[in-house]
Design a protein around this ligand. Structure first.
Ligand SMILES: Cc1cc2nc3c(=O)[nH]c(=O)nc-3n(C[C@H](O)[C@H](O)[C@H](O)COP(=O)(O)OP(=O)(O)OC[C@H]3O[C@@H](n4cnc5c(N)ncnc54)[C@H](O)[C@@H]3O)c2cc1C
Length: 395
């Protein structure tokens, strides 16, 4: 693969840069949104998503027939890089754009594509992902939330947990057991459930960072129409795996420019701050850790490019997405552990300090990096997948 940008990709970069510069109001940049209450930040994020959607910047790589631009994944990567450089928020409906949409394009019925894809692109729906339950995390096939057909409606009862964006989502992509007599992977179905349905209670989970962007969701006799099924009846496991593959693989496109920017900020911090009478950058340990962090980011970038190349050649995302997820977590945590080490004892204060006192958004990102070894499948689960499915080792 040629890693240099082609002239048309370079022109695309300029187009993106100019558009963001002309359209992103300063009060909607990531730094300013961080100062708002979560609900207010989400409201601004939705307006930004609508603006991006109207200008055709969302679902860039989606085929044109579904409202996308049919752009290459490389162009999508360029867009994300420029957005991060400009401190632009990412689209607020991450789950709709990165999981539900691509999943529907791959396995949805024509009616489902017609019903959902355009609205996702226009920012009219915000999705959450209702997969995990108290006894179904790594062992996701153990889902106990039930959906029972009653006439022309499904009646849903059960509980989900750790559902990101649930406090403000309009729709939930819900994994439910529709056939208790079938083997556990076969009795599941994916349903599209409006979060405004009577019988749904959302209980936000407050974190040490004081954020509460994920929640428990309780379903008590919630009714949705029979055609709420995504994919086909009994294919919930396959649909889930396809969606998760997009989350673990292509989603990392968003992360690499974020890490590269944070790394540059760390270098700048090490140059401009002194400890024990000398600049931090003069400390050999600091230099070594910066170099190591840089190497990890580049390994992640190159692995991602290899992944994109395979995708462009028509190979659907597969087990190598587990490798991406493993790289992602190691890089993420190493980078922000280093940020805390650079801050030294002051980091403890910085974790709770206003962002203005500490360049970049290291405090929020440090806290969030802790979760990376858990969400999207834990490290242990991905190591098992790599061992069994890539190296062919016994279970
Ligand atoms: C920030 C964040 C956001 C999330 N967002 C969502 C969301 O939007 N929607 C959603 O549905 N879920 C979401 N999750 C939940 C996430 O998918 C689960 O937490 C994850 O799958 C692990 O499940 P668990 O928490 O039940 O842990 P468990 O499965 O109970 O695992 C506990 C420990 O045992 C280990 N373990 C378990 N089984 C094995 C095994 N077979 N071999 C080796 N080790 C094993 C695990 O690695 C882990 O260390 C989110 C989680 C986080 C942290």
């Amino acid at each position: 693969m040629d890693l240099n940008l082609s002239p048309s990709e370079e022109a695309f970069r300029q187009e993106v840069r100019t558009w963001i510069r002309q359209n992103l109001p300063p009060e909607w940049t990531v730094d300013r949104l961080e100062e708002l209450k979560p609900e207010e930040a989400v409201a601004c994020g939705r307006k930004w998503q609508e603006r991006c959607g109207a200008a055709g910047w969302l679902g860039l790589a989606w085929p044109k027939e579904y409202g996308g631009r049919g752009a290459t994944l490389m162009e999508q990567a360029i867009y994300v890089t420029e957005a991060i450089e400009a401190r632009s928020p990412m689209a607020v409906d991450k789950i709709g754009l990165q999981l539900v949409g691509p999943g529907l394009i791959e396995i949805g019925t024509p009616a489902q594509k017609e019903r959902f894809l355009g609205r996702i692109l226009r920012g009219e729906m915000l999705w959450c992902q209702g997969f995990s339950e108290p006894n179904a995390g790594s062992d996701l096939a153990n889902v106990q939330t039930k959906a029972v057909l009653d006439g022309d409606e499904w009646v849903i009862n059960g509980q989900k947990v750790w559902s990101s964006d649930a406090p403000w989502a309009d729709w939930c992509t819900l994994l439910a057991r529709t056939n208790p007599d079938a083997p556990k992977h076969k009795g599941l179905t994916m349903l599209a459930v409006p979060m405004s349905s009577p019988g749904i209670t959302v209980r936000p989970i407050k974190q040490p960072s004081r954020r509460a962007e994920f929640a428990e969701i309780f379903f008590e006799n919630v009714r949705v129409p029979r055609d709420a099924v995504i994919g086909d009846l009994g294919t919930g496991w396959t649909v889930t795996m396809r969606m998760l593959t997009y989350e673990r693989g292509l989603y990392t496109l968003v992360e690499i420019p974020r890490f590269e920017k944070a790394w540059r900020q760390e270098v700048e911090y090490a140059r401009s701050h002194r400890r024990n009478g000398r600049a931090l950058i003069e400390d050999a340990t600091v230099r070594e850790r910066l170099a190591q962090s840089y190497a990890y980011i580049q390994m992640m970038r190159l692995t991602n490019l290899r992944y994109i190349t395979r995708y462009l050649r028509g190979v659907a995302p597969g087990e190598e997405s587990s490798l991406m997820k493993l790289h992602w977590a190691t890089t993420d945590q190493g980078l922000y552990d280093l940020a805390m080490a650079l801050g030294g004892p002051a980091s403890l204060i910085m974790l709770n300090a206003p962002r203005a006192l500490y360049s970049g958004q290291w405090n929020a990102d440090y806290f969030y990096s802790r979760a990376c070894t858990i969400y999207g499948g834990t490290q242990d689960i991905h190591r098992n997948l790599v061992a069994e499915r890539i190296f062919g080792l016994p279970r």
